[in-house]
Ligand binder design. Structure first.
Ligand code: RP5
Length: 213
């Protein structure tokens, strides 16, 4: 076993990405049978969640560790609502096989929503969405060159057929991606719906009670 270059796990699932390099071991990326077998073996050895003994329901993916400062807002929000989640770095262009493999097998391991963040020519969310019918929420990262406008357009402008629900650029988008993931999960989880309502009520109370100097 060795680390996959450019795919360092961030957060709770650090060990999950120390799989054999799929690029090296799989000559044909579209052989999903093989990919699935490999991913299943890998996941069964690395099934820890940030919330103990819980199967992650949301995966937070990002193209680079440099995105983590922003994307920890998504992981923290999920954590705040008690939603089991996992965070990983994987890239559509630097680790294409790993990204495809993760997306193609996510549903079979219990993931229900995938959040995918990337910057620049940001195609991670689109590539992930291409390999799964799970809802994929894209978060455009603020970029140095164009302040995130490049990331936004690359993520949001999916041609008809493969949707990516795109949130705002940067931290607001990261937080809202988590809240939207929670709203999706809450459709079949009344306790989560209740928490979401309480969260909204808390926000409302804060604004109503705001006094200016
Ligand atoms: C994208 O390129 C990443 O999502 C990141 O936002 C951007 C820059 O990556 P680094 O050069 O910082 O690794 O793939």
């Amino acid at each position: 076993m060795r680390s996959v270059p450019g795919a360092v796990a961030t957060g709770p699932q650090r060990s999950r990405l120390t799989a054999p390099n799929p690029v090296a071991t799989l000559p044909v990326l579209s052989v999903f049978g093989e990919l699935k077998t490999m991913a299943k073996k890998h996941r069964s050895k690395n099934s820890k969640s940030k919330i103990r003994n819980s199967q992650p329901l949301v995966a937070v993916l990002m193209g680079s560790k440099s995105d983590w400062d922003t994307m920890r807002a998504a992981a923290d929000t999920l954590q705040q609502f008690g939603v089991p989640n996992e965070s990983h770095v994987m890239s559509a262009h630097r680790t294409p096989a790993l990204a495809s493999e993760f997306a193609a097998t996510a549903e079979s391991v219990g993931i229900e929503v995938i959040i995918a963040a990337a910057g620049g020519a940001a195609h991670l969310a689109g590539v992930i969405a291409a390999h799964t019918t799970l809802p994929v929420l894209g978060v455009p990262m603020k970029s140095d060159a164009l302040n995130g406008l490049d990331s936004l357009l690359s993520t949001v402008q999916m041609p008809a057929g493969i949707p990516v629900g795109t949130l705002a650029i940067g931290k607001p988008g990261a937080t809202n991606a988590a809240l939207l993931a929670i709203a999706i999960l809450a459709n079949s989880r009344p306790a989560l719906r209740k928490k979401l309502r309480e969260f909204r009520a808390g926000q409302e109370k804060k604004i109503r009670e705001t006094k200016l100097d």
